[in-house]
Ligand binder design. Structure first.
Ligand SMILES: [Zn+2]
Length: 212
């Protein structure tokens, strides 16, 4: 059985234990779901589905138990730099809490330091911490901005999230443009129109259409 699971399985046993998800309960729930649909849960293709799906959710929903201090891991630097730091096009995948279907897209993050900067590779990790939860896009946007504000105490922070939602694309009357944009602004980005505009110009420059 191990072999059957391995092909799409990126998690070690240790990862599974650490993320606090009740794996057996999840497997039972997926079995129940398959039965409720009226499918034969013992047929070849579905036999190991509860196990696979449980492990998949353990990965996709691993953001609840991330220790932010361990994640930042000393990548905070004192620096006298007070221009805008911009990281655009951070890819993310999340699950909407209303339908447990994926929404995905890009996050753009900017901040103006006030003595402290964060190692560049940490910003996508912060995005993942909030994306790998049951989410709504508006809250995820706000959480990323608030986290950076509290961590860096910058002069300002701005987060824009562009995403497509499978729950609106797959269901009912299919909407061709299911793209949604949300933003959260603090400090200089909220108070100063020119700063906000500089950020928005920057992220729209050369932007390619959101693809899935
Ligand atoms: Zn939804």
């Amino acid at each position: 059985m191990k072999e059957l699971l391995d092909f799409d399985d990126n998690l070690s046993e240790q990862d599974l234990e650490q993320n606090g998800i009740e794996n057996e309960l999840l497997e039972d729930a997926i079995s129940q779901l398959i039965k409720a649909i009226g499918e034969n849960s013992q047929r070849e293709g579905l036999k190991y589905t509860p196990k696979r799906v449980a492990r998949m959710y353990s990965e996709l929903l691993s953001g609840y138990h991330v220790d932010p201090v361990a994640m930042i891991n000393g990548a905070l630097f004192n620096i006298t730099y007070d221009e805008m730091v911009l990281v655009r096009d951070i890819e993310f995948y999340s699950l909407c809490e209303h339908h447990i279907l994926p929404f995905m897209g890009r996050v753009h993050v900017a901040y103006i330091p006030d003595g402290k900067v964060l190692g560049l590779s940490k910003i996508p990790r912060i995005v993942d911490m909030y994306a790998r939860r049951l989410q709504v896009q508006e809250r995820m946007t706000r959480q990323i901005a608030d986290f950076l504000r509290d961590l860096l105490r910058p002069q300002g922070v701005a987060v824009v999230v562009e995403a497509v939602h499978l729950c609106s694309m797959m269901r009912g009357v299919k909407k061709h443009d299911a793209r949604m944009t949300t933003s959260a602004m603090h400090g200089a980005f909220r108070a100063n129109l020119a700063t906000r505009q500089e950020f928005l110009d920057n992220i729209s420059r050369g932007a390619s259409p959101l693809q899935i």
